[in-house]
Ligand binder design. Structure first.
Ligand code: ZN
Length: 314
């Protein structure tokens, strides 16, 4: 089993075997905006599946056919644009489209990768789903690279971020813009301390003060919280629940600009996996944040998965 040292520490206890877990998601197909890459991939399929038009059609049928041709042409144009965007960012291939998110967040049941306790927010290493989707989460907040947020937006890749105040406070505007483009900004405490060694009151201050800070800076109160280093105890969950946290997502993979590290023995992604990475620059990493996103998207696509929005499922 590979060691995964997210946020500079090991989370432990989250590894789950590669066998399929019980319980399907309550995902349903509903309307709504789709990321450009998803629209384009559908358009490619639609173009391929479009029947050949007859040579001549009478009046009303011809009008209908012309309208249909316009729709096909629009989809083809969207597909071309998405392919150009993927090439411009250096992707090996077009990202796979995420399915429509569930109409409501599915209720979590006890399962592999989910730890439930009465009255406490659930701890989730892996979201229960049988769909080929995984989730990208980005922690801490030191590196605020505008190319990274632009790349994610242009490719339609959803992010869920977990921000520590002491790293983010030099420019909360960066995270506000991420939030405005649809990427959730969630809680990762004020000072990024190991909560497990702190008393309840201090833990509560670290978590709940960051709830207030993010509500003020970003404009919405986080629903998700991730403890630094993945280290927590019951006090952590009680404190988080007391100031509005609904779930505590951890992770089973960690991504770097040059590699992915897996907790599974088969060294592969599994449906519902949560991938951890960080807002880090070339001072700490052998690549930029766009290099990192390219690595993640190519790896996820090559394994037949789509990146979906964690906050739609938890
Ligand atoms: Zn961290």
């Amino acid at each position: 089993m590979a060691a995964v040292a997210g946020c500079g520490g090991s989370a432990g206890g989250g590894a789950v075997p590669s066998t399929a877990r019980a319980g399907a998601s309550a995902a349903t197909d509903r309307g709504g905006p789709r990321p450009p890459a998803a629209q384009a991939a559908q358009a490619v399929q639609a173009v391929a599946a479009a029947p050949a038009a007859p040579a001549v059609l009478p009046g009303p049928a011809r009008a209908e056919e012309e309208a249909g041709s316009e729709a096909v042409a629009r989809k083809a144009e969207a597909a071309r644009t998405a392919l150009e965007t993927a090439r411009r960012w250096g992707l090996a291939r077009l990202p796979l489209p995420a399915p429509q998110p569930p109409a409501g967040r599915p209720e979590l049941r006890a399962a592999q990768g989910v730890k439930l306790a009465d009255g406490l927010p659930p701890v989730v290493y892996r979201v229960p789903t049988e769909q080929p989707i995984v989730f990208l989460t980005v922690d801490d907040g030191a590196e605020k690279d505008p190319e990274f947020s632009r790349m994610a937006a242009e490719l339609g890749i959803p992010l869920s971020t977990f921000v520590a105040d002491y790293l983010a406070r030099s420019d909360y505007g960066y995270f506000r813009r991420l939030s405005e483009q649809g990427d959730a900004v969630n809680n990762h405490t004020i000072n990024h301390r190991n909560l497990k060694v702190l008393d309840y009151a201090t833990q509560r201050d670290e978590i709940c003060r960051q709830q207030d800070q993010l509500e003020g800076q970003i404009g919405s109160r986080p629903r998700l919280f991730r403890p630094p280093y993945g280290e927590y105890n019951e006090d952590t969950l009680r404190a988080a629940g007391s100031c509005g946290i609904e779930a505590v997502p951890l992770w089973n993979e960690e991504a770097f600009p040059d590699r992915m590290e897996y907790r599974y023995e088969d060294q592969r992604l599994h449906p519902g996996d949560i991938i951890l990475t960080h807002f880090r620059g070339t001072d700490l990493w052998p690549g930029t944040m766009p290099d990192l996103l390219r690595k993640v998207v190519d790896e996820v696509t090559a394994q037949g998965f789509a990146l979906a929005r964690l906050d739609d499922y938890l």
